[in-house]
Design a protein around this ligand. Structure first.
Ligand code: ADP
Length: 204
């Protein structure tokens, strides 16, 4: 069991997936909070049953899965519904993350979470690693990747913690501004070496 946990975060389009793939290539186990958040509301889960009871069956797709965009619209329009949903899901997601962390192998593992800081998940980790780019780069890369418009991406950026606040909570920062993945990999390799030695100090 890995006792040393690195929390990886960054705004939308900052390069979290790119960076976590590089750590995974080095053999580091990645626990992805987004995947866990989806598993918690999988078909037949208790959480999905409660959501369907609260919002009505029209919140489900014909295949029984959660209609995420319908749910997003509902909670966007109503703060009370948003609070209700968060009160249901956050403890379940947290519990499931804790379970995954307790089962992780290796010297250390990474908890990758876009909303690590916003949802207070950083209290679960030993150190916080932020992938950082300028807001202009975030916008440009996300629009390119998701084929979405600037307005939609801006709304997501504005719903997240701002760049200065995120950097203030970082123990380490990967600069992903340059269109140069070799430079990112160099930073990942050097952090991996440091995390391994920090982990062995904690684990011994
Ligand atoms: P996140 O997981 O934080 O949303 P991604 O890792 O998906 O971000 O990166 C956003 C987009 O930018 C992806 O299409 C990715 O391939 C691209 N990207 C990431 N890093 C770089 C880089 N250094 N140079 C150019 N494009 C990049």
């Amino acid at each position: 069991m890995a006792k040393y946990i690195v929390g990886l975060t960054g705004g939308i389009g900052s390069g979290k997936t790119t960076v976590s793939n590089m750590f995974a290539e080095l053999g580091v186990e990645i626990i992805d909070a987004d995947i866990i958040a989806r598993e918690v509301v999988a078909p037949n889960s208790l959480a999905l049953k409660e959501i369907a009871q609260h919002f009505g069956q029209e919140i489900l797709l014909t295949n029984g899965e959660l209609d995420r965009s319908a749910l997003r619209s509902k909670v966007f329009a109503d703060d009370e519904d948003k609070r209700w949903l968060n009160a249901l899901l956050h403890p379940l997601i947290r519990q499931s993350i804790l379970m995954a962390l307790s089962q992780a192998a290796g010297q250390y593992c990474i908890l990758s979470a876009p909303l690590l800081l916003e949802n207070n998940l950083h209290v679960l980790v030993n150190t916080v690693l932020v992938v950082d780019v300028s807001v202009e780069t975030q916008l440009k890369r996300t629009c390119l990747r998701d084929k979405s418009n600037q307005q939609e991406v801006n709304a997501i950026i504005n719903s997240q913690i701002n760049r200065d606040q995120r950097l203030a909570l970082a123990d380490d920062i990967i600069n992903n501004e340059r269109a140069d993945l070799a430079y990112v990999r160099e930073q990942v390799i050097s952090l991996n070496a440091r995390y391994q030695s920090q982990a062995s100090a904690v684990n011994s």
